[in-house]
Design a protein around this ligand. Structure first.
Ligand SMILES: *[C@@H]1O[C@H](CO)[C@@H](O)[C@H](O)[C@H]1NC(C)=O
Length: 259
């Protein structure tokens, strides 16, 4: 903004003005001539931020090649069955939900707990009381990262009265659904490089072998944004023989193997 007395001074020209007014007039530059300079400064700053960001970035992004798309047909075909469901509130971040005997549902929560959602007294699944099965912490157990301060059960499977849990912090453990006791089978540091982000599990048809995924050797679940932005290709699949307790690497260098 230019006040009226300054405008008058400009009209009069510099010549006849007292010295203090001259400097005032000199300082004021027409805004048009500033524009290229400002544009240059903005472009230079943005470029500098990008270069510095690239240099100090904790991630190195990879390009996914040969991505194969699964056709959404058969069991994968789009449906709206879930829209008929009833929302269960008060349970933060359930990742994997499995059904045990008697219509009981089990899921792992963001605070590390595993809970059982009982059926209602008239048998409606998911409509009964919620019971804590674990506390979310395993005393003295090794952790893939202690940033959370508790476990994060992601993959769950139930076989008879045993719940198999792939926890991104503690690794693989079982929970006896009768006694609720926890038994750690594979800690994150059981292999090299250590499992930073254990994720999900499944069983062979005979129920003797557990196959599980580890998303990353670089970042844990608290740095999941790094995993996403880098296109992390350090994922591995392991198999674990329940009777011999032998752990074997099956596949490696997969890109962000989730479930
Ligand atoms: C289950 O655990 C949570 C978190 O510790 C607690 O707030 C809640 O009261 C517990 N529920 C029962 C039924 O004990």
């Amino acid at each position: 903004m230019v006040n009226t007395s300054e405008l008058r001074h400009r009209k009069l020209g510099k010549k006849n003005l007292p010295p203090h007014v001259k400097t005032q007039v000199k300082k004021e530059k027409p805004s048009k001539s500033c524009f290229p300079l400002m544009l240059f400064a903005v472009i230079t700053s943005v470029a500098a931020i990008m270069v510095i960001g690239y240099l100090i970035s904790p991630i190195k992004a990879e390009v996914f090649k040969d991505v194969q798309h699964v056709p959404l047909t058969g069991v994968f075909s789009v449906n709206e069955k879930l829209s008929k469901g009833v929302r269960i509130t008060g349970l933060p971040g359930p990742e994997s939900v499995v059904e045990g005997s008697g219509g009981k549902l089990y899921t792992g929560l963001a605070d590390g707990r595993i809970v059982c959602i009982h059926p209602s007294s008239d048998g409606e699944i998911g409509a009964g009381k919620v019971e804590n099965i674990t506390t979310g912490s395993i005393q003295g157990a090794a952790m893939s990262s202690d940033a959370l301060g508790h476990g994060r059960p992601l993959g769950l499977r139930v076989i008879a009265n045993t719940l198999y849990v792939m926890d991104s912090i503690y690794g693989l453990y079982t929970v006896d659904l009768i006694t609720k006791s926890t038994n750690l089978l594979i800690a994150p540091d059981a292999v090299t490089p250590v499992m930073k982000f254990p994720n999900d599990l499944t069983f062979s048809a005979d129920g003797q072998t557990v196959y599980f995924t580890v998303v990353s050797s670089l970042d844990g679940i608290t740095d999941v944004a790094h995993t996403i932005f880098r296109g992390d290709c350090t994922s591995r699949v392991f198999k674990y023989d329940l009777s011999t307790r032998k752990l074997t690497l099956v596949l490696e260098n997969l890109c962000t193997a989730n479930g």
